[in-house]
Design a protein around this ligand. Structure first.
Ligand code: FPP
Ligand code: MG
Length: 309
């Protein structure tokens, strides 16, 4: 009964949130954290936690598509994750392999034109995972209606370091001069690129950091960040919709700030330039042909008139 009541409240809240949502982020990135803590809490082991997490991953993909998000980037395996014990890693690699193949074969993926791409130092992964990556990428490479980036063996610092090394070796070889290095020079050397910058980063599991994730594409603090407490396997649609609303609020305050700045600029420039124009007109209005002179609004351009008001 309590569970039923909870579900009713949640679905009412979901409907409410969905009605409120007006602007949807184009690119959402997710740090799926808390799988092991979820498992521990339920007396299970880490691989069970990851398996439960993978179910949430599938749902989030659907929620994104239903809402009109166009690109989703999932942090599935970081460079730091290589340090975990083999008893956890081997089943996790099995899961990643299985899920990649499952996604690549899923009707939903083909019906919705989902292009799957891996982001990271994939060669560090076991061959079976690399094969699954190649399979998923090949099966979906022709699609462009939705992009699903799976960050695997990914680390933001490692990514920037390898780009820096590649730039330096070109400079060393004389193929590039330091003055020529620009945004494109670096972007060309990053891992497989997301199609666009990230608009919203969601992190589950309660930790409030972005853990070496997409430092280039999140572009400092351009992306809105939504931290939430539920472990990844417990992340529900209401949490997702609340994250989307965070993005919207940020967009709203960003738009308001831009409009205010523009208005301030307009006022400052406007008054200085208008004063200048008034002075010029006052001095030289006799130089205008009489037909044009008659069009002048004395209220606006005649300092004496204005002073007399
Ligand atoms: C972090 O939680 C989660 C992972 C390291 C694995 C995430 C992978 C999946 C959910 C599988 C998804 C599959 C695809 C193909 C994208 P944690 O292990 O750090 O848990 P903790 O924070 O509780 O220790
Ligand atoms: Mg963790």
């Amino acid at each position: 009964m309590r569970e039923w009541f909870g579900r009713q409240v949640r679905s009412g809240y979901e409907r409410l949130l969905r009605r409120e949502i007006e602007g949807v982020p184009t690119h959402v990135a997710v740090i799926q954290d808390g799988n092991r803590r979820y498992a521990r809490q339920n007396g299970a082991d880490a691989p069970d936690g990851h398996r439960a997490g993978a179910e949430t991953t599938e749902q989030v993909l659907e929620w994104c598509q239903d809402l009109g998000v166009e690109e989703l980037t999932l942090y599935a395996f970081s460079t730091e994750n290589f340090d975990r014990p083999d008893e956890e890693l081997e089943p996790l690699f099995d899961l990643l392999e299985g899920k990649l193949r499952e996604f690549a074969d899923a009707d939903r993926v083909h019906e919705n034109g989902v292009c799957i791409r891996a982001l990271g130092d994939v060669e560090r992964l076991p061959e079976r995972v690399q094969d699954a990556v190649a399979y998923a990428e090949e099966r979906t490479e022709g699609y462009d209606r939705f992009v699903l980036n799976v960050a695997l063996a990914y680390g933001g610092r490692a990514e920037l370091l390898s780009a820096a090394r590649s730039v330096l070796s070109d400079v060393d070889a004389g193929a590039l001069s330091p003055g020529e290095i620009d945004v494109e020079t670096v972007e060309e050397r990053l891992y497989e690129r997301p199609v666009r910058d990230v608009d919203l980063i969601i992190r589950t599991g309660g930790d409030e950091r972005t853990s070496n994730f997409l430092p280039w594409y999140a572009n400092g603090n351009e992306a809105a960040v939504f931290f939430c407490a539920p472990y990844w396997p417990e992340f529900r649609q209401v949490d997702f919709l609340r994250a989307i609303r965070t993005y919207e609020h940020r967009q709203e305050s960003w738009r308001t700030a831009r409009a205010r700045r523009a208005l301030a600029l307009l006022r400052a420039t406007g008054s200085a330039e208008l004063d200048e124009a008034r002075n010029v007109l006052e001095r030289f209005r006799d130089a205008l042909p009489s037909s044009e002179r008659e069009q002048l609004d004395p209220e606006e351009f005649d300092a004496d008139e204005r002073a007399a008001d």
